[in-house]
Ligand binder design. Structure first.
Ligand code: GDP
Length: 486
């Protein structure tokens, strides 16, 4: 297949088909150039158009980013409160919040928005982005430097500069830019609020007319914990460019995630040590993400579901003597010289791993295959902003992405990151993160893309179901109101 990357260390594989550039200091971020060596599945090749677009974005980041005269001028403009008619550079500042999976998918899709609108992409440094990820842009920084004039204001629903509010109150109108209205009438910045409690006016962000208006505002701040990319595919003005950037629509996060998110050396240490101890010798690696909430007790039903999913779908061999009271000590000849299968389980709890591991130790497998289980950590509770906890979470998402086969939990952004980086369609456990109805053990996802959970429900013009407008934007299986690229 022409779109599959050639693996390993050769120039193009090492740089992920041109997604990455040479020139970074290797020691300060080992993962950047080493990741290809560790991946069992090399992943997809980016289009040449995406590669060249990334090179121009990097040039833009260097020309306009922190430390440049253009950036200083833009800050002055921001302080003045008014937008210039044709500013030298325009900016998108991403406010990141919530769990790490949310932060990663949100940042990747906001970066896509920056690419589409020729904006410099900057991230709010408050959520230890620099401790988790290496700098993605050569010779510049994606972190908003200290002293940002808007300070660390809590941008939220009541912010007067919220885009949806300014549209609702008529402070901003989409006819404003037509005719002779000067953009001096436009504010220097707008705050885009795409949290779960967004209003219908905030949702106008995904409409063509509003995108035209927004393109005249020099600074945009955006708060979202969602993967907004499918919404951008609904904007007509972006479609042609998106088609050229991503001839394979299901690989948007795959490419942008691999481009942006390189684990820092501390996290890379966690990843490579686990890899060398648990994956390096294995015939194949099966990753199973068991997303459970700290307050829920261990569930025998979920355990049964994991077993049924992995065995029915033949991801793991069946075990013998299941029906009997006492475990049967029965040995089947293992396939000659076959190496064991490694299973990586990630979860906040140890129980699921311990039960699966016990089962495969106490009973022989039907085909003689040896299955070895491992779980890097069981943190028990979720914590935000605790360094060692987040390092482990990032390392585990990444380790999952190195497996040959993936089973993830529906609706979990942690799992989305893993299968997106991997470039694999996972088997999804339908565990009902939100409701607890379990329909079937698992099913294969439609694509490797994350689901946009808080998506627009209708398109802007015809007010039709947003999941029926373009063929490659569909409702998600795991979150039927969400949208997903397929
Ligand atoms: P989501 O809530 O499943 O969509 O995923 P998020 O990553 O956004 O938030 C869940 C957070 O809980 C993670 O970022 C971790 O901090 C923690 N967490 C959940 N599951 C695991 C796990 O399997 N391993 C580790 N180390 N942390 C986890």
């Amino acid at each position: 297949d022409a779109s599959i990357l050639h693996p390993k260390t050769t120039g193009n594989g090492r740089l992920l088909g041109g997604l990455l550039v040479e020139g970074f200091d290797q020691k300060s971020c080992h993962s950047r150039y080493q990741s290809a060596v560790y991946r069992r599945n090399p992943g997809r090749k980016p289009s040449q158009y995406l590669v060249s677009k990334l090179r121009s974005q990097e040039a833009l980041q260097r020309r306009c980013g922190p430390g440049t005269a253009a950036y200083t001028n833009a800050l002055e403009q921001l302080k003045s409160g008014k937008s210039l008619a044709s500013p030298e550079c325009r900016y998108l500042v991403s406010i990141s919040y919530r769990g790490l999976g949310n932060r990663i998918i949100a940042a990747a899709s906001e970066f896509l928005y920056a690419l589409l609108t020729d904006r410099v992409f900057l991230v709010d440094p408050n959520t230890s982005m620099d401790e988790l990820f290496c700098e993605p842009f050569l010779n510049t920084s994606w972190l908003v430097p200290p002293g940002f004039p808007l300070g660390y204001r809590a941008f939220y629903l009541s912010t007067p500069e919220r885009y949806g509010k300014m549209r609702e109150d008529g402070v901003l109108r989409t006819d404003q830019m037509n005719g002779s209205a000067a953009s001096g009438d436009l504010p220097a910045f707008a705050y885009i609020h795409l949290d779960y409690n967004q209003t219908d006016h905030d949702k106008l962000f995904f409409c063509d007319d509003d995108q035209r208006l927004l393109s005249n505002i020099q600074w945009l701040l955006i708060r979202s914990d969602s993967y907004i990319a499918p919404g951008l595919f609904l904007v007509e003005a972006f479609r042609e460019e998106l088609d050229m950037l991503f001839p394979e629509r299901d690989a948007v996060f795959h490419h942008l995630g691999r481009y942006l998110f390189h684990p820092t050396n501390d996290v890379w240490g966690l990843i490579t040590r686990y890899h060398d101890a648990h994956f390096a010798w294995a015939q194949r690696v099966v990753g199973i993400q068991v997303r459970v909430f700290p307050w829920r007790s261990e569930s025998p039903e979920i355990l049964k579901q994991i077993k049924a999913c992995t065995q029915n779908e033949r991801l793991l061999p069946a075990v013998l003597g299941e029906e009997e009271e006492e475990p049967v000590v029965k040995t089947t000849a293992s396939p000659s010289g076959a190496k064991p299968t490694a299973v990586l389980i990630t979860s906040l709890k140890a129980w699921y791993h311990d039960k699966m591991k016990g089962m495969y130790w106490e009973r022989a497998t039907a085909n003689g295959e040896v299955v070895v289980f491992g779980q890097p950590s069981h943190e028990e509770i979720q914590r935000y902003g605790v360094k060692s906890h987040e390092h482990k979470a990032w390392a585990e998402m990444y380790l999952l992405s190195m497996a040959d086969t993936l089973v993830t939990t529906g609706e979990s952004t942690f799992g989305y990151v893993a299968h997106g980086l991997a470039g694999m369609r996972p088997w999804v456990l339908d565990m009902g993160m939100i409701n607890s109805t379990v329909g079937w053990p698992c099913s294969r996802d439609m694509s490797m893309e994350p689901c946009f959970h808080i998506a627009p429900t209708k398109d802007c013009k015809r007010r039709e179901d947003a999941g029926k407008i373009v063929p490659h934007v569909r409702h998600c299986k795991d979150r039927p109101t969400g949208l997903k690229l397929v």
